[in-house]
Ligand binder design. Structure first.
Ligand code: ZN
Length: 254
């Protein structure tokens, strides 16, 4: 009777080895899925953070637009008061004109300053309307920003929870995989890891699906399929190098 580990391992049949490899493959695939899930969630959080940053920048721009408009209003008001004092000055000069030419010149200046005032008043109305519009846009943006910030708090909470939950799942799977690995002979385990590393989808052990390799989907000749069903030899796909098993061993009904 075998007592040490080395000889105990040697007692495994090919079928048992294949079964263990397939179980290990299943666990590894699940770990891969968990990793993908954890990789995508931070991206969602990142997208939200980017959107919030964008909204905040727009808000700041709108606020600085309003400041510019307000400055312009002040400038126009100053112009109006300048023109008003000029008009008053010209009007007082009108009382002391010496000839018609002076009278005409002063009248023209008064008229011109009057037009200047009208122009400034028009500008002030335009700037004020623009300020009102910007303020409405700011109100809308602020509301949207608050909503996104609340979304972010929720998403971050979800992310933390999922990360901690999946970490636990992953650790459990890794423990199980470790136990299983101990029962697989090192040479076979190394081969399994090497094939897995080289495969895009991380599959090193696949079962036959519709007469084809479940990894690369190349057709497998009937004789080879028979050999695979017999479970007496470890058979790899000649196209992709993956270890092939029959669906029944994988627990799949075809
Ligand atoms: Zn293949």
């Amino acid at each position: 009777m075998a007592t040490d580990k080395q000889s105990a391992e040697k007692e495994y049949t090919v079928e048992e080895k294949l079964s263990a490899l397939y179980q290990l493959q299943t666990m590894m695939t699940e770990i891969d899925k968990i990793k993908t899930l954890r990789g995508e969630l931070p991206l969602e959080v990142q997208d939200l953070e980017d959107e919030i940053a964008g909204l905040e920048t727009r808000l700041q721009n709108y606020q600085s637009d309003i400041k510019d408009f307000e400055t312009s209003v002040v400038e126009q008001k100053n112009k109006i008061s300048d023109s008003t004092s000029l008009i008053e000055k010209y009007k007082s000069q009108l009382d002391n004109v010496r000839n018609n030419r002076e009278f005409d010149n002063l009248s023209k200046e008064i008229e011109f300053q009057g037009l200047e005032i009208e122009f400034s008043e028009k500008k002030i109305r335009e700037f004020s309307e623009a300020i009102t519009l910007k303020k409405e846009e700011i109100a809308g943006l602020s509301e949207k920003l608050e909503g996104r910030k609340a979304d972010l708090v929720q998403k971050k909470g979800e992310l933390e929870q999922i990360v901690s939950e999946t970490k636990q799942d992953e650790e459990k799977l890794r423990e199980k995989a470790k136990k299983l690995e101990a029962a697989i002979e090192p040479r076979l385990l190394t081969a399994f890891k090497r094939i897995r590393k080289g495969a895009r989808n991380g599959l090193a052990v696949v079962y036959i699906q519709r007469d084809a390799c479940g990894g690369c989907f190349n057709k497998i000749p009937p004789q080879k399929q028979m050999d695979i069903k017999l479970r007496k030899k470890i058979i790899v796909c000649e196209y992709c190098g993956r270890i092939m098993i029959d669906p029944e061993l994988a627990g799949v009904e075809e």
